[in-house]
Design a protein around this ligand. Sequence first.
Ligand SMILES: Cc1ncc(COP(=O)(O)O)c(C=O)c1O
Length: 388
Amino acid sequence: MIPYSKQSILESDISAVSEVLSSDWITQGPKVPEFESALEEALGVKHALGCSSGTAALQLAYAAIGVGPKSVGIVPSVTFAATANAFRNLGATVYFCDVNQNDGIIDLQSLKETLEKVRESSEYDKGVISPVSLAGKTAPLEEVYNLAQKYEFHVVEDASHSPGAYYDDHSGSITKSANCRWTDAATLSFHPVKHICCGEGGAVLTNSKGIYSKAELLRSHGITRETNKNEDMPWYYEQIELGWNFRLTDIQASLGIEQLKRLNESILRRYRIAKRYDEAFRSPKFANHLHTPEITEGHALHLYVIRFKEKGLRNKAYHFLKQHDILSQVHYIPLYRHPYHSGNYTPSDFPGAEAYFDSCLSIPIHPTLTETEQETVIEVLSDFVQKT
Ligand SMILES: Cc1ncc(COP(=O)(O)O)c(C=O)c1O
């Protein structure tokens, strides 16, 4: 079976984890802060806070900004459930906005209309927009920031797919995913299919000391030792907020440290795979049936998403690939289509998301994909387009 995505675990990863298992600390020891410092350095951000998942990171970031039951979150409709669920779990109201039909990334016109709608219809205490740097392509963070400023919203980038990504518009300014130049915070996921694998895990990134300190407090029950003024009671701690156990362990962090060292190399390997797909799919037999993603400089290539031109072909291709032991995936079913959310939305209000969803298919791309496996994927797809 050739999976669409797969973690790469080397001997050095296994030794790092074994070392922690034989040490005195397997949960809250020195590896978590070491991983956090390495993330800060690699991503160019002031504060990184490791936590138990990408979902926990979103919830911590939103909560640290002050999101609660009277708040509003604006989420692009093509993303994983967690981007919206983290708002819902804090009691906030979620508004979906449409995405660009070419890349599934937040549509700025729809965002503006959604901000207008929110302003007219609700009274809220905090508003947060969560652009998603889908598939590894940096969302238009500066433009989102400018709109957010106008409507007094905060911005949290869901950068689960995009550590290491950047966008160079060749005007002299480079927008980097996850460095929080244009956002209040960003979040990462260290789930095994992501660029950096910790088994499970995530991180909140921010340049704001206030957001960092609040998220750190909430990560561990809202408990602090810093209020202890009494040297006779070194064991003393106090709970000053209502938080969660969203901690990362030293076992996970030791794996993350090793994986982070290979981030750039792994993006480069993905880039070579993407270039080979681009070259193969340029031939007329493919070009008549599918669009390839636009791979601009700085794309982190978490996913390689092809788009079928003819309605219905995507599902047929999925099955055909599966019959040939190749796993592909659809990223994502727009969130308003899920039964949990669907009562309040009409798919025709989201033409960009519908067009993207109907035609998208993520085909195998990961650092351990061999050249032979990639050629098999290309041959099977070639067979498919010839038979249709
Ligand atoms: C865009 C996006 N956001 C958030 C998450 C949640 O991350 P995790 O699975 O680590 O909780 C994921 C994971 O699939 C994701 O793809």
